[in-house]
Design a protein around this ligand. Sequence first.
Ligand SMILES: [Ca+2]
Length: 131
Amino acid sequence: MSPAEHSQPLSLSHCPADQTTMSMTDVLCADDIAKAVGACEAVDSFNHKKFFEMVGLKKKTKCDMEKVFHILDKDRSGFIEEDELMFILKGFSSKGRELSAKETKILLAAGDIDGDGKIGVDEFTTLVANC
Ligand SMILES: [Ca+2]
Protein backbone atom coordinates (compact mmCIF):
# COMPACT_ATOMS: atom_id res chain seq x y z
CA MET A 1 0.00 0.00 0.00
CA SER A 2 1.34 3.42 -0.91
CA PRO A 3 1.70 6.15 1.73
CA ALA A 4 -0.97 8.18 -0.09
CA GLU A 5 -3.54 5.44 0.38
CA HIS A 6 -2.59 5.18 4.02
CA SER A 7 -3.16 8.86 4.71
CA GLN A 8 -6.72 8.80 3.36
CA PRO A 9 -8.91 6.79 5.67
CA LEU A 10 -12.08 5.51 4.09
CA SER A 11 -14.89 7.61 5.45
CA LEU A 12 -18.46 7.60 4.25
CA SER A 13 -19.66 10.07 6.83
CA HIS A 14 -18.40 13.18 5.10
CA CYS A 15 -18.88 14.29 1.53
CA PRO A 16 -15.87 15.65 -0.25
CA ALA A 17 -17.38 18.70 -1.91
CA ASP A 18 -15.19 20.14 -4.58
CA GLN A 19 -17.31 23.14 -5.35
CA THR A 20 -15.01 24.51 -8.02
CA THR A 21 -15.48 21.68 -10.49
CA MET A 22 -18.91 20.31 -9.62
CA SER A 23 -21.89 20.77 -11.85
CA MET A 24 -25.49 19.67 -11.54
CA THR A 25 -25.05 17.02 -14.19
CA ASP A 26 -22.43 15.30 -11.99
CA VAL A 27 -25.23 14.63 -9.52
CA LEU A 28 -28.39 14.63 -11.62
CA CYS A 29 -29.40 13.39 -15.05
CA ALA A 30 -29.42 16.17 -17.67
CA ASP A 31 -32.72 14.89 -19.12
CA ASP A 32 -34.40 15.00 -15.72
CA ILE A 33 -33.12 18.54 -15.16
CA ALA A 34 -34.46 19.66 -18.55
CA LYS A 35 -37.87 18.08 -17.83
CA ALA A 36 -38.13 19.51 -14.32
CA VAL A 37 -37.08 23.01 -15.38
CA GLY A 38 -39.39 22.83 -18.41
CA ALA A 39 -42.34 21.83 -16.22
CA CYS A 40 -42.22 25.08 -14.26
CA GLU A 41 -41.59 27.42 -17.16
CA ALA A 42 -44.75 29.43 -16.51
CA VAL A 43 -44.44 32.19 -13.92
CA ASP A 44 -45.78 31.15 -10.51
CA SER A 45 -45.93 27.48 -11.52
CA PHE A 46 -42.87 26.51 -9.46
CA ASN A 47 -43.62 23.85 -6.89
CA HIS A 48 -40.55 22.68 -4.99
CA LYS A 49 -42.05 19.28 -4.14
CA LYS A 50 -42.78 18.52 -7.76
CA PHE A 51 -39.49 20.01 -8.89
CA PHE A 52 -37.21 18.11 -6.49
CA GLU A 53 -39.01 14.90 -7.36
CA MET A 54 -38.90 15.45 -11.13
CA VAL A 55 -35.27 16.49 -11.11
CA GLY A 56 -34.45 13.23 -9.33
CA LEU A 57 -33.00 14.84 -6.23
CA LYS A 58 -35.53 13.39 -3.81
CA LYS A 59 -34.24 9.85 -4.35
CA LYS A 60 -30.57 10.84 -4.09
CA THR A 61 -28.39 10.35 -1.05
CA LYS A 62 -27.97 13.09 1.54
CA CYS A 63 -24.43 13.48 0.21
CA ASP A 64 -25.71 14.28 -3.28
CA MET A 65 -28.28 16.70 -1.85
CA GLU A 66 -25.41 18.46 -0.07
CA LYS A 67 -23.48 18.71 -3.32
CA VAL A 68 -26.48 20.38 -4.96
CA PHE A 69 -26.77 22.72 -1.99
CA HIS A 70 -23.15 23.79 -2.42
CA ILE A 71 -23.67 24.43 -6.13
CA LEU A 72 -26.68 26.63 -5.36
CA ASP A 73 -24.76 28.49 -2.64
CA LYS A 74 -23.02 30.66 -5.21
CA ASP A 75 -21.22 32.97 -2.80
CA ARG A 76 -20.24 30.02 -0.58
CA SER A 77 -21.67 31.64 2.52
CA GLY A 78 -22.89 28.26 3.76
CA PHE A 79 -26.48 29.35 3.22
CA ILE A 80 -28.83 29.77 0.30
CA GLU A 81 -30.09 33.31 0.75
CA GLU A 82 -33.19 34.80 -0.81
CA ASP A 83 -31.29 36.20 -3.80
CA GLU A 84 -29.79 32.77 -4.47
CA LEU A 85 -33.17 31.09 -4.07
CA MET A 86 -34.55 33.36 -6.76
CA PHE A 87 -32.01 31.82 -9.14
CA ILE A 88 -32.50 28.22 -8.04
CA LEU A 89 -33.77 27.12 -11.47
CA LYS A 90 -30.84 28.79 -13.19
CA GLY A 91 -28.57 26.88 -10.81
CA PHE A 92 -29.96 23.66 -12.27
CA SER A 93 -30.05 24.78 -15.90
CA SER A 94 -29.05 27.84 -17.89
CA LYS A 95 -32.52 27.59 -19.47
CA GLY A 96 -34.18 28.05 -16.10
CA ARG A 97 -36.06 31.25 -15.33
CA GLU A 98 -35.85 33.44 -12.25
CA LEU A 99 -38.46 32.70 -9.62
CA SER A 100 -40.99 35.42 -8.96
CA ALA A 101 -40.83 37.24 -5.63
CA LYS A 102 -43.88 35.26 -4.55
CA GLU A 103 -42.35 31.88 -5.46
CA THR A 104 -39.11 32.81 -3.73
CA LYS A 105 -40.96 33.73 -0.52
CA ILE A 106 -42.94 30.48 -0.56
CA LEU A 107 -39.81 28.40 -1.11
CA LEU A 108 -37.92 30.24 1.61
CA ALA A 109 -40.80 29.78 4.04
CA ALA A 110 -40.94 26.05 3.23
CA GLY A 111 -37.25 25.50 3.86
CA ASP A 112 -36.35 28.02 6.55
CA ILE A 113 -37.00 26.03 9.72
CA ASP A 114 -35.14 28.29 12.18
CA GLY A 115 -36.51 31.50 10.66
CA ASP A 116 -33.18 33.21 9.94
CA GLY A 117 -34.28 34.14 6.42
CA LYS A 118 -31.92 31.78 4.61
CA ILE A 119 -31.58 28.06 4.04
CA GLY A 120 -28.73 26.11 5.59
CA VAL A 121 -27.48 22.74 4.38
CA ASP A 122 -29.51 20.75 6.93
CA GLU A 123 -32.61 22.76 6.13
CA PHE A 124 -32.07 22.06 2.44
CA THR A 125 -31.67 18.31 2.81
CA THR A 126 -34.72 18.23 5.11
CA LEU A 127 -36.73 20.25 2.61
CA VAL A 128 -35.85 17.88 -0.23
CA ALA A 129 -36.34 14.71 1.81
CA ASN A 130 -39.75 15.85 3.09
CA CYS A 131 -41.10 16.53 -0.36
CA1 LIG B 1 -25.16 31.95 0.01
